[in-house]
Design a protein around this ligand. Structure first.
Ligand code: HXC
Ligand code: NAP
Length: 286
């Protein structure tokens, strides 16, 4: 059951990069269900057309798809030309990403570039292109970027992604001020663990999950559900959030704070009463 009006996003034209799979697809489904005019892009045409067909059969809605590698600035410009030829965008969601686990000292420069070029440069190319068009036309707009906890705390073994997401956060904060006077909002979300094939196949090998189940590291002891993230992403791009800019909202079930509390906090939650009792001052019976 939705807490939103069914026409909340009617009249909003929204591009989700990497919207053919995973979280981008789930967010897109929600946007379409609330009346948005959705455009998605990605590198694999078969994935895009499969998602478009699925939206047509489940929601009865046609969405627009573009094959585009966001690392290619010219391809981004060509895609935006094609999108604007039909109608201008109101919202850009920078969701496309690349990431994998690796020891940083063993990364090749091509491996480093593969991630940074998608996450940092790809988000920048899309944002600057739509921003330019909005400013020239005197139109307002919203850019939302999907970040990760690593943008705030850093993260071992995914250093290129952490560096790139931190850069994307700096973009949100910088442009909030620079483009605020034009009526352009820049916001972010920082999801905790939300299972997707793309992320889990690269970042959650059995060796990792076997060492420490993900849920143990989350204060609420569970992973996120896609609809929970989608609801936040609806709010942040809606007119109800018109006074929010430059902010990245964490939605992680308390994972970051659980990590900050350290492993002993988890252990302490499982201490028996006898351990707590042993810490109390002894009653003076003399
Ligand atoms: C070391 C690796 C590697 C790995 C690729 N490379 N995978 N190096 N360990 N696991 C190296 C390759 O050897 C090559 O370097 C270089 O990276 C480029 O590889 P390609 O396969 O040619 O690149 P490309 O086809 O462009 O693919 C990009 C990619 C890939 C990032 C490597 O994983 C991808 O397409 N990812 C998109 C989807 C994705 O990552 N989704 C997860 C997002 S989750 P050499 O030197 O050998 O040529 C997320 C955060 C989730 O972002 C947080 C969860 C809690
Ligand atoms: P995903 O399904 O692998 O999504 C990544 C998408 O990006 C794919 O559709 C991919 O499609 C597209 N993409 C990758 N490189 C691209 C490029 N160069 N140009 C255009 N599109 C490209 O993974 P996900 O888990 O849903 O991740 C979505 C977002 O959430 C990412 O920003 C990720 O960092 C963030 N996030 C996820 C989690 C989580 O727990 N899942 C947690 C925190 C943050 P193609 O391969 O077809 O191009």
């Amino acid at each position: 059951m939705s807490m939103y009006r069914p026409d909340l996003l009617a009249g909003k034209r929204i591009l989700i990069t990497g919207g053919g799979t995973g979280l981008g697809k789930s967010i897109g489904q929600r946007y379409v269900a609330l009346g948005a005019d959705l455009v998605i892009c990605g590198r694999r045409p078969d994935v895009l057309s499969q998602t478009a067909q699925e939206f047509k059969s489940t929601l009865g809605v046609d969405i627009e798809t573009h094959v585009c590698d966001v690392r290619d600035a010219q391809a981004v410009q060509d895609m935006m030309d094609a999108i604007w030829a039909k109608a201008p965008l109101d919202v850009l969601l920078n969701n496309a990403a690349g990431n994998f686990l690796a020891r940083t000292e063993r990364l090749s420069t091509r491996a480093f570039d593969a991630v940074v070029d998608i996450v940092l440069k790809g988000s920048a190319y899309c944002t600057l292109d739509v921003g330019r068009r909005w400013i020239e036309a005197g139109r307002p707009g919203t850019v939302m970027s999907i970040l990760t906890q690593s943008a705030l705390t850093g993260m071992p073994f995914t250093v290129p992604s952490a560096m790139a997401k931190a850069g994307a956060l700096a973009m949100i904060k910088s442009l909030a001020v620079e483009w605020g006077p034009y009526g352009i909002r820049t916001v972010g979300v920082v999801p905790g663990p939300f299972p997707t094939e793309g992320a889990w196949s690269r970042l959650m090998p059995q060796e990792r999950i076997g060492d420490a189940p993900i849920e143990q590291g989350v204060a609420l002891r569970r992973v996120g559900q896609h609809h929970e993230l989608a609801d936040l992403c609806v709010y942040l791009i809606s007119d109800s959030a018109a006074f929010i800019t430059g902010e990245a909202v964490i939605i992680d079930g308390g994972r970051m704070l659980q990590g900050a509390a350290g492993a002993s906090a988890y252990n302490m939650q499982h201490w028996p009463d006898s351990t707590w009792d042993s810490l109390k001052p002894k009653k003076n019976t003399a």
